[in-house]
Design a binder for this molecule. Structure first.
Ligand code: GCU
Length: 451
């Protein structure tokens, strides 16, 4: 449990570093600007305060619930296959023509916000090309920059950072797995685990190359900062010409997902990439960004959603780990549309949300999604692995309607059980807040689709 707290603190710290801010003065200024923006959004939606969320510190008096017997207080979940008019969706055609657009509208308005119609063009440039080896595989790495046309508002500059690495010996275009990458400061090393260590495993990049594929790393904070202070800058601020958001404007998660779509636009022009076989992967807040990317952009072939937790593929209605009040607070509201905050404030609760996370997974259908988590005991309780599993399970009927297979069970499996028979997959490894141990299983699953 202490480990969990440590991991959360490290991730919060990394988020600060990733947003390019480190000094105390810079942090103070960001916090002040965030509070002002948050207050402005509360005013716009007519709310004075949000209920306090539970703490991620297990020894705190208000620690988040981690007791399974108290988690399932909800009595029903929204049915992804019931239309707004109360009628049941009976055909794939009805799903595509009626229900999917209805769900997209709900997610846009209530949760992640709308991408404006007038987002300016991105022009990609190859900054440099290097040839070296990763593990034992000779590779070609392109460092790319996607410049967003800012002629309408030159005060804000957005250049999207992306690197693409493909096997040098590839004959023809290869599938690519793109990761939303955290930015680590020079010299930073991951915390040393005190659990028994086996021989060093190949990195995820080495594993991808061994499969004959390429990988890419997109830096989300080059698209949109990871804090409320940044909402008047980045791609959101550029489109708004430096003004504040409206309550249904996009939040950082959709902005990051938009960045991924722009990267995919680039891949469509690169002869080394098979753009029909591009997957998206991320951990934690970037696991949330990955499922949002998959849900909205149907060109992505597969998703690896690592420990995304609340705001990603964990059911909001489950009282376990992180809660809607945490997401609606000033440290995380910027990931969402302003409208979402109201579900963390009286009289509304998560039970009033007109949707839940299983419907986000359903939006990915019929494309394959691998949901991964770490263990509750070893530091990944906050993200609620079972809540993510259930969101995957309850998306099943939509996959089945489209002729695919869901998870096939609503019984949460024991640790390290790999459920990959269907097109929705799930695995909870026995480690902490990382996707590391799940990579080989994801790659095995992905081979079925990226052949
Ligand atoms: C916090 C936050 C989570 C998020 C995580 C991360 O723990 O509450 O929602 O997923 O940070 O991204 O590191």
């Amino acid at each position: 449990m202490k480990k969990l707290f440590l991991f959360i603190s490290i991730f919060l710290l990394l988020a600060c570093i990733a947003s390019g801010q480190f000094s105390k003065a810079a942090m103070d200024s960001i916090n002040k600007l965030t509070r002002e923006d948050y207050k402005n959004m509360l005013d716009q939606i007519g709310i004075t305060s949000v209920r306090p969320g539970p703490s991620g510190n297990p020894t705190a008096p208000n620690a988040a619930n981690m007791d399974e017997s108290k988690a399932g207080q909800y009595t029903s979940l929204p049915d992804p296959l019931i239309l707004n008019n109360g009628k049941r969706v009976k055909s794939a055609k009805e799903w595509w023509k009626k229900r999917r657009p209805e769900l997209i509208e709900l997610f846009d308005n209530e949760l992640y916000g709308r991408v404006p119609d007038n987002v300016p063009e991105v022009t990609w440039k190859v900054l440099n090309v290097t040839r070296d080896s990763v593990g034992s595989v000779p590779v070609v790495t392109k460092k790319l920059s996607g410049h967003v046309d800012n002629s309408a508002y030159p005060a804000i500059v957005v250049n999207i950072d992306l690197t693409l690495t493909t096997p040098a010996g590839a004959v023809g275009p290869v599938p690519v797995i793109m990761e939303f990458g955290f930015v680590f400061p020079a010299g930073w090393k991951p915390p040393v685990s005190n659990r028994p260590q086996g021989p060093p495993e190949p990195t995820w990049m080495e594993q991808i190359l061994e499969a004959g594929w390429g990988y890419a790393i997109l830096i989300p904070v080059s698209v949109q900062a990871d804090n409320g202070a940044g909402l008047t800058a980045g791609i959101i601020g550029l489109v708004n010409k430096g003004e504040r958001r409206k309550p249904d404007d996009w939040g950082a998660l959709r902005a990051w997902a938009w960045g991924a779509s722009m990267a995919l636009d680039y891949f469509e022009t690169d002869k080394d990439v098979n753009a029909k076989k591009v997957g998206i992967e991320g951990l934690s807040r970037y696991g949330k960004a990955s499922i949002v990317t998959m849900a909205y952009d149907e060109r992505f072939a597969i998703g690896f959603i690592g420990s995304s937790g609340a705001g990603g593929v964990k059911l909001y209605r489950r009282i376990f780990g992180e809660q809607i009040e945490n997401l609606a607070a000033s440290g995380e509201y910027h990931w969402f549309a302003g409208n979402f905050i109201k579900y963390g404030a009286d009289p509304l609760t998560q039970n009033d949300l007109p949707l839940d996370a299983h419907e986000l997974v359903a939006l990915c259908a019929p494309r394959p999604v691998f949901i991964g988590s770490g263990s509750t005991e070893n530091g990944d309780a906050w993200i609620d692995g079972k809540g993510m599993f259930l969101a995957g399970a309850y998306a099943g009927p939509v996959y089945e309607l489209l002729g695919k297979k869901g998870l096939g069970t609503t019984e949460h499996p024991p640790l390290e059980t790999t459920l990959t028979d269907g097109d929705i997959a799930y695995r909870q490894h026995s480690g902490g807040h990382t996707s590391g141990p799940n990579w080989p299983y994801f790659i095995q699953f992905a081979k079925r689709y990226l052949k």
